[in-house]
Design a protein around this ligand. Structure first.
Ligand code: NDP
Length: 292
């Protein structure tokens, strides 16, 4: 039978999670700092607890989906976590994940951190591609993996409670670069009579085709040979970047998003790596480089 669980935090994401578990037949106890937001879920079948302590006491499996790590500390302060299985789906940093794991263990709970790779409408939708990175207690994940897989797919990435956040934030950081690139591309065509709607499909397919370069970069990083199977060498790419910067200027577009990456590749070129790929950028970003 579907096991009962508690969800702390019924914001946009928490509410989506609750609805998915309820739809799958799990009895769900909910708590939210602003009670009206939790009460809205009573119509879907959720049991509303009057306090976080009461919600935590109701079930062994406790899910937290709050704004940030500080709000998790605030919400759980004064609750009895002894014997609980705490799954924290609140986005945080890796260090916050590790500290929260220690904090939970000191209070007698097993702990699992999660990083949600989805927006609320994707939750509970089969085939939506939504999934959650989990790290922390392997025993907790083993025991509750099936329940955790109800709202979204699960990917367990290790015992280090910081890893869920690390994987999550690494993907989001790559996305940030992609969003920056998309903004710049639209800015370039903006002064012209080119419809953004006609341009968007070109962007999507080009970015899709180019993102596969991550596989080659991974091979180069693992072999330590950044010249392995180079398709477009660095000297050529640095020259190409100069064209990107001049085009921005011609179009009256700020190059502020392009310049940092172009500068990084110029530094690697200046260190004599013109025949390599761009993978050396990974090394230049490592602040431990040269500090050792
Ligand atoms: P919302 O802003 O909709 O909800 C935030 C929740 O946190 C509310 O329940 C709010 O309570 C609660 N909260 C904030 N501060 C405190 C506090 N000090 N003490 C107790 N409760 C507090 O955010 P989401 O539901 O969208 O996001 C929740 C988590 O999910 C975040 O960590 C977010 O990064 C993550 N996430 C969200 C995604 C999204 O697209 N929405 C995607 C992936 C991850 P109240 O109602 O009282 O304000």
């Amino acid at each position: 039978a579907p096991i009962p669980l508690t969800v702390l935090g019924t914001g946009a994401m928490g509410a989506a999670l609750v609805r998915a578990w309820l739809a799958a037949g799990h009895p769900v106890t909910v708590w939210n700092r602003t009670p009206a937001r939790a009460e809205a879920l009573a119509a879907d079948g959720a049991t509303v607890a009057a306090s976080a302590a009461e919600a935590v006491a109701a079930n062994r499996l406790v899910i937290a989906c709050l704004l940030d790590d500080a709000s998790v500390g605030e919400a759980l302060d004064g609750t009895d976590l002894t014997g609980r299985d705490l799954v924290n789906l609140t986005t945080g940093t890796p260090a916050e994940g590790r500290a929260r794991a220690t904090w939970a263990q000191e209070r007698g709970a097993r702990f699992l951190a999660g990083g949600i790779m989805a927006v609320p409408p994707m939750i509970g939708g089969p085939g939506s591609g939504a999934y959650v990175f989990y790290s922390g207690s392997p025993a907790l994940f083993e025991e509750h993996g099936t329940t955790l897989a109800v709202p979204a797919g699960t990917r367990y990435v290790g015992e280090d409670a910081g890893f869920a956040a690390l994987y999550d934030v690494a993907l989001l950081s790559a996305m940030s670069g992609m969003f920056a690139g998309i903004a710049h591309a639209f800015a370039l065509i903006r002064p012209e009579d080119i419809a953004p709607k006609d341009f968007a499909p070109l962007l999507v397919s080009w970015l899709g085709a180019m993102s596969g370069s991550a596989h080659l970069a991974a091979e180069q990083l693992e072999s330590g040979d950044y010249g392995k199977d180079v398709v477009s060498n660095l000297a050529m790419q640095v020259a190409g970047n100069a064209t990107l910067l001049r085009t921005a200027e011609e179009q009256g577009v700020s190059a502020e998003l392009l310049r940092p990456y172009a500068a990084l590749l110029e530094r690697w070129l200046a260190e004599g790596h013109g025949e390599e790929d761009t993978t050396g950028a990974v090394e230049l970003l490592d602040l431990r480089r040269g500090a050792a």
